[in-house]
Design a protein around this ligand. Structure first.
Ligand code: CDP
Ligand code: CDP
Length: 225
């Protein structure tokens, strides 16, 4: 019988982390936890209430007062903030443009990491984000660092946006992704970086199926141990 293991997937924006994480979770019957959605949820609420994005104290207080639920559904995961379905709205350009600033704060991260560890306790999980293998779950059984060229990642987001009816230029997407990667990699607390024991997976020329197959194979090997 297969046992639940912990799979950590980190990497830059639009590398395919959540798409692949969802597939693996479905296939192995594990819980998928999208940690980026948690930072997006806090950013969305802060924008709505006009909270100062520079204030770790104000954002941490807001986080303390906010109920963020990740609920598995047909499409992967619904994000419920204070009882309201915010799955779509947390992907807005406004949230995307502000989330890295919110996520750079020391105390906000401390609180998020504690929540994320609680969510993963005692079950088989696939968690994706920026600091899962390095900070949230350093003892994960399998760590993947997923990348793709910035042009490929922007292309993928462009197609995704078109599907969702959102107008963006490819040049703007490239600039936004580069800037977010820079902010996430250069922040002081838990910056985006490959864990020493993570497997690097460059997905630039790989389809979703090819990447999912590779990760599932790696996961199954870990489960046999
Ligand atoms: O899906 P996408 O790559 O656009 O981003 P996301 O995974 O939803 O994450 C949004 C932002 O949250 C990232 O750009 C980071 O600033 C932050 N984040 C983080 O700092 N740590 C995590 N574990 C996950 C996300
Ligand atoms: O979670 P992350 O920001 O890393 O990326 P994502 O939201 O899972 O993927 C971004 C887009 O790339 C989605 O529309 C996926 O369908 C697409 N994708 C792809 O075309 N090829 C892959 N190998 C992986 C993802």
């Amino acid at each position: 019988m297969s046992k639940g293991i912990i799979i950590a997937i980190d990497g830059p924006a639009a590398a395919g982390k959540s798409t692949i994480a969802k597939r693996i979770a479905e296939k192995l019957n594990f819980t998928y936890i999208d940690t980026g959605a948690m930072y997006r949820a806090l950013t969305h609420k802060a924008l709505q209430l006009g909270i100062d994005m520079d204030s770790d104290r104000d954002l941490s207080k807001l986080l303390e007062e906010t109920d963020i639920q990740l609920q598995p559904n047909r499409d992967g995961q619904a994000v419920i903030i204070d009882g309201k379905d915010c799955t779509e709205v947390i992907r807005s350009q406004e949230v995307t443009a502000n989330v890295s600033q919110v996520a750079a704060h020391t105390n906000v991260r401390k609180m998020m990491v504690a929540k994320q560890r609680d969510l993963a306790a005692g079950i088989g999980v696939v968690m994706d984000g920026r600091d899962i293998g390095t900070a949230v779950l350093p003892n994960a059984d399998l760590k993947i660092f997923m990348t793709a060229s910035v042009e490929e990642r922007a292309d993928r987001r462009y197609i995704e946006n078109q599907r969702r009816g959102i107008q963006t230029s490819l040049a703007q997407l490239i600039a936004d992704i580069k800037e977010r990667d820079r902010a996430d990699s250069e922040r002081e607390v838990s910056p985006l970086k490959q864990a020493e024991d993570a497997i690097l997976l460059d997905t630039t020329s790989l389809s979703i199926e090819e990447v999912a197959d590779q990760v599932i194979e790696l996961a199954e090997k870990r489960m046999e141990r």
